[in-house]
Design a binder for this molecule. Sequence first.
Ligand code: TNX
Length: 599
Amino acid sequence: MTVGHFERTFHEICPESPAAPPERSAVRPATFPSRSTLATSPDTPRLTDVLPAPARVEPAAGVEFVLTPGTTIRTTPGPEAGAVGRYLADLLRRPTGYPLPVVTAGQSDVPGGISLLLTGDEAATTGAPGRPGTAAAGTASRTGTAPAGADSAEGYHLETTATAVVVRARTAAGLFYGVQTLRQLLPAKIESARRQSGPWVIPGGTISDHPRFGYRGAMLDVARHFFAVPHVLRFIDHLARYKLNHLHLHLTDDQGWRIAVDSWPRLTSVGAATEVDGGPGGHYTKEQYAEIVAYAAARHVTVVPEIDLPGHTNAALTAYGELAPDRVAPPEYIGTDVGFSTVAVDSERTYRFVDDVLGEVAALTPGRYLHIGGDEAFALDTADYARFMNRVQRIVTGHGKRVLGWHQIAVAEHSAGRVLQYWGTTEEDQTVAAAVRAGAKLLLSPGNRSYLDMKYSAATPLGKDWAGLVEVRDAYDWDPGSYLAGVPAEAVLGVEAPLWTETVRTIGDVEFMTFPRLPAIAELGWSPVQARDWADFRLRLAGQGVRWSTAGITFHRSPEVPWAGVPVVPEPRPGGSSSTATGADTAPASSGPGNPGGV
Ligand code: TNX
């Protein structure tokens, strides 16, 4: 099992792809004030450019730190901070060409440099100097009272002077987020897979930061179209870049079962053989799944596995007809209808199956949640559905996990620590509000705001539109803390952006639908309400576009964002391969007969 610290580049995944576009220096949008201090070159970001917006930013005018061939990365002794230091060194070594040794703090005789320090409980979010709310006039303080749900365990404090960059945090996760911030404070060419020339300038000042919500996630549907391990790892890197901390994998659906289960082997030997439009499908072995979990953990991302029940189960039924209501295995399904399948809820054999599957999946899951689906079970009446889900919830807690499910599970009884994932498009739902009053927490994924599979506009070649068209401003301009009537912010666990893949076949397609909307959702999950401002966000987002181009990441050039210095990237063609600036997706697992260019 390899858990490299370096990010997956497009060329590691698709070595045959044409070369990435040539480097360009980032050109700032004309609306940015011009700067003329010190060694700062036009492509040096400002301290206030970070996305998601930090809680508190205090630039130090005229101060900057310059990375040199002699720069050392020092970390608190111990494996946790050391791992973050090596992650940072791996990000920086290739583009800078500098050695950037990672050493234990206190043992280096070189003054200054970059320090990543784990501190005591008093640290990070209130970090000296200056506490939230005490910013001097003229600083860019964005902190007010931290709303309930703020999780300072993930906070960090970053201070940059002319001689040193110091990140302090209570936890390795906080250090990791400090490193993601630091990365965005370097010129965009830091995202290049090839060596670039400096100067490598970091703007001076301090940032004190912590997330608003404890759960910040994205979902990838690997059932409708299967995505091989390297693509999932690349997606995890995209999450980590924006301080998201949960990857929800939709592992099972009508079109395919994607995770090996030893006690029910036909789930994958039979149930994984196809996908939407009849492509080859695929599944993860337990070793491969463990690799995904470990790669995510190294980036402070927790994997949430979903086994969708009782509907969305046609693939399981093709493998084991005994689980079907009529005990007859149906044919495989490669269409995109929903709601027609169900397991037999009157059969003890079904509960044996659920217990075995969830037990094996729980054993692969270090996180606290198992997602049990629960959406669109139209083949059952409400009473049968609720009875079934009550038993499934008890099975989950019996395996030591908490229940996470689509909000339809609200009709089932409360289960300790359970979370409902709201995917509706209206801001009122009495059943969900009642379940929250009974103790459930809410994860916000409104279809018309956070669904990454919705089209941006009527002209978008991929995606659906049942929840509406979702441009980047739609994804950004809402508040998870006050979205659903009768649900207080304290009951909101966080926010997640789901990517369903009926129309999404390649990693290029995934990126095109993900960027630039995922950063919008990330900012809702991370930044304090006071720091959120569309006019400011769209400018910061424009700066990210240069980074994506440099990193070979495909994205939608939203007309709402003043992209600058970004080469034109062809958009995916409907029903075909993603012809992107970095070339066609060459992974066999995500190219099917209907995808002739994507071979
Ligand atoms: C609804 S949202 C679904 C999925 C589809 C998606 C397509 C939800 C919980 N279920 O089965 O893939 O719409 O947008």
